[in-house]
Design a protein around this ligand. Structure first.
Ligand code: 16G
Ligand code: MG
Length: 552
């Protein structure tokens, strides 16, 4: 494509997807995310950009259209790198720029990227795209394809997929099938056969394990994909799907985010039965939380921290049993409950690292270990095996000279790795991993829940003039500005038992988030409100200072 034909095609395309310049778009931790009705020009422009990204990395890249747990009226879009990871930071800047450039400068902007980044425009480009069940996703996918076609890129439109499925497809394709077959059937076959293998190796005699699971599909794509998975499981699990999208609205009083934030069961789920195992997915099925109601009618949430410690503990047991020298770690964020961190380090003896909020930060940190498990408390997470670790495990699994128990542990580790979606957190894969471990241990929900008791905690939001006034270090656990804030937090924390608190500017909302935990709910609430009031005072709070309501 020469200079004038590129500018001409881009101008024609842009006229069909005009940017009226009234909105400012920003590619943040979760890609672009906002009201669906203003995203059309962004999708068109991202279509142009991913063609360049594909040429720059000489591989297939992915684009997922979803706004995850946001309301149905919102939408969003994320770019997937060739190995299934999140878009690199440098290109996040280009994504923000291309989304905001005026229509008349778009062709020139693309040319400048091509020349600055020395992209060979004659190379082929290939893009995999998929979308969630939002009604707006269909037209947005079309805008994206228009952009890809403008720059003569190839694409495969997978239609409806969960976010982790799309990440998986991209990795399968770029590893030439080494990671699996880049089809939906390929995904279910890989997971279901690994699931069967792991379960066969770790039969514990079952005791309290129950294979019945009630799934809250958040009225989204996860419900559809869970239904398809069931057809491959040969009744090893008995899954009943609720909030499957046939009546309710996406994420409306249901889904993993609702359950975690509200600390209560979603609407539309039969949780009344005591002891019943329940899970909630989010709108694009990359998060999962477990919960149950005990015999006294009390709701118990087993969030990302509980899942993380279960998985890390089990992998640690297998690594020890196999005799392999692998350095293993658990990556959490500052939001991880203090009890989970203490349990992982003191009881499981798994080293814990802390990363900034946002999947890409945890993922990057987890790559520093031979085997790195990472989870956010909100239920997003997975486990990563380094190439060397995977090789060692694979060799040991076939080494007939090893004692039977060591080789057996290596075989289980190898199959467990096949069950894990290493590209990104995956609710379906995570559920299968958790079910294998509970099965192996013969655990019911209350056995698992008894591993440790969460410290009571409280999260608050504070509105301030400019949230960038809050700056942090030490993986967001320490505020470096405004001056005096961290000292004030330390003083307040000192008044409580088992207390911890931190503040950080949100990456997705125009607010500052406050987190506090302590030995009682009342203490956690008081501390959170005191810290929130300090933020309001020292960082130009808007409106009245936060005050603890007398009822809490
Ligand atoms: C985004 C992140 C999520 C994080 C959340 C924090 C990804 C794919 N998603 O949704 O991991 O927990 O932001 O939101 O990275 P906050 O900055 O508003 O607290
Ligand atoms: Mg999600």
């Amino acid at each position: 494509m020469n200079h004038s034909s590129l500018c001409g095609s881009v101008a024609i395309g842009a006229s069909k997807h005009p940017n009226n310049g009234k909105n400012v778009f920003s590619y943040g931790t979760a890609g672009f995310r906002c009201r669906a009705d203003i995203l059309d020009p962004v999708l068109y422009r991202l279509g142009l950009l991913v063609v360049l990204r594909s040429k720059a990395v000489k591989a297939t890249v992915g684009v997922m259209i979803t706004a995850s747990h946001n309301p149905e009226e919102d939408n969003g879009v994320k770019v997937v790198e060739p190995m299934g990871e999140m878009l690199v930071a440098e290109w996040e800047k280009y994504a923000t720029s291309i989304a905001n450039v005026p229509d008349e400068d778009l062709g020139r902007y693309i040319e400048s990227l091509i020349s600055d980044l020395e992209i060979d425009i004659t190379l082929p480009a290939n893009v995999f795209l998929a979308r969630d069940t939002r009604p707006s996703s269909v037209a947005l996918a079309q805008a994206l394809m228009d952009g890809i076609q403008t720059l003569k890129g190839d694409y495969i439109d997978y239609g409806l997929l969960s976010t982790p499925q799309l990440h998986y497809m991209v990795r399968c394709h770029n590893t030439k099938g080494d990671y699996g077959k880049a089809t939906e059937q390929g995904y279910y076959s890989k997971l279901s056969s690994a699931f069967t293998q792991v379960r066969q190796q770790c039969n514990s005699g079952q005791s309290c394990y129950a294979r019945e699971i009630s799934v809250d599909g958040a009225n989204g794509v996860g419900a559809l994909k869970m239904q398809q998975l069931c057809q491959h499981l040969n009744n090893q699990l008995k899954i009943s799907i609720h909030n499957d999208g046939t009546h309710g609205k996406l994420n409306d009083r249901c889904g993993a985010d609702f359950v975690k934030v509200e600390q209560q069961p979603p609407y539309g789920m039969p949780t009344k039965e005591a002891g019943g195992k329940c899970i909630s997915l989010d709108g694009d099925a990359d998060r999962i939380v477990y919960y149950f109601i005990d015999n006294d009618g009390v709701f118990h949430l087993l969030d990302g921290d509980k899942i993380a410690t279960l998985i890390a503990g089990y992998i640690q047991e297998l690594v020890t049993a196999s005799g392999l020298q692998l350095n293993m770690g658990l990556v959490q964020t500052a939001y991880a409950n203090g009890s989970s961190t203490a349990y992982a380090s003191n009881v499981l003896k798994v080293p814990v690292a802390c990363a900034c909020t946002g999947v890409k930060h945890l993922h990057r940190k987890a790559l520093e270990f031979d085997v790195g498990v990472y989870f956010e408390a909100n239920g997003h997470g997975t486990a990563l095996f380094s190439t060397e670790a995977a090789d060692k495990i694979s060799k040991a699994s076939q080494d007939e000279s090893l004692p039977e128990d060591k080789r057996h542990a290596a075989v289980t580790l190898k199959d467990l790795r096949d069950l894990i979606n290493e590209t990104v957190g995956d609710a379906i894969s995570d559920m299968l991993v958790v079910e294998c471990i509970l099965y192996a241990k013969g655990w019911g929900m209350s056995d698992w829940n008894a591993a440790y008791k969460d410290l009571p905690n409280r999260q608050l939001k504070v509105k301030v003039k400019d949230r960038r006034a809050i700056q942090t270090t030490d993986s967001e656990r320490c505020a470096t500005s405004p001056s005096g804030l961290q000292d004030a937090i330390n003083n307040l924390v000192g008044n409580y038992q088992k207390a911890r608190s931190f503040v950080r500017p949100s990456g997705t909302e125009d607010i500052v988030r406050v987190y506090a935990e302590a030995d009682t709910q009342n203490a956690a609430d008081s501390l959170a409100y005191e810290v929130a009031a300090k933020v309001h005072q020292l960082a130009d709070g808007i409106g009245d200072p936060p005050v603890k309501p007398s009822s809490t």
